[in-house]
Ligand binder design. Sequence first.
Ligand code: KIV
Ligand code: NA
Length: 265
Amino acid sequence: KKKVTTHSLLKLKQKGEKISMLTAYDYSMAKIIDGAGIDIILVGDSASNVMAGNETTLPITLDHMIYHASSVVKAVETALVVVDIPFGSYQGDSHKALDSAIRIMKETGGHAVKMEGGAEIKNSIERILSAGVPVMGHLGLMPQSIYKYGTYAVRAKQEEEANKLIEDAKLLEELGCFAMVLEKIPAELAKRVAEAVSIPVIGIGAGQDVDGQVLVMHDMLGINNDFAPRFLRKYANLHEIITDAVGSYIEDVKGRDFPNEKECY
Ligand code: KIV
Ligand code: NA
């Protein structure tokens, strides 16, 4: 498989071939999903939940994101690696936003950054793009704004929010973003957005009529069983597989079955 680039992703949209994207936060898992042929690896700030056990994505820091991303990049041969800029590292101050993006690019070797929001963060997006750093947008449910919503429910069901989302999507394209994520919005609205812009639109809980799909790897592998929204398809039950393996290990240790002669020096 050839290296995935912002350019090759645009080609996929033009050809009508769907784009595959998953999150990863560490070297070992990134090596597996890159080897499996994924198009985009997102070092998501969902690391805050999945890796660090926080309730939201807000606490994760730029230093934490850089640690995760640099681990992922070392494992990747073909995927495009996109790194979330965390809460507090880009909103409000475009100079600070550029500093954050530059730290990510220099210290991790990642290929692009992702930021949540439209018109509100226009200046930050523009400044980062002007430095030659590719930006992926993120609209719809934006977890860094969870305290504004007060709920993880589907976004943009009302016309006003839907119209703003469409305007924001057009703005992201106009500014020069290479792609965007749409999270947890009605499929019909996501379809309209994917048709309205020429850049790839990657959905999570946004239906089939977008240009690609993204899931949090730990969710789709069934590692944490607590999280089961409608949009999540589980491709494995690693929770069960790991629990069984660990159970067998404990049994073997307690029963003096492990290690045997062949496993000794
Ligand atoms: O952080 C993340 O995992 C994300 C995806 C859900 C798109 O932003
Ligand atoms: Na994220």
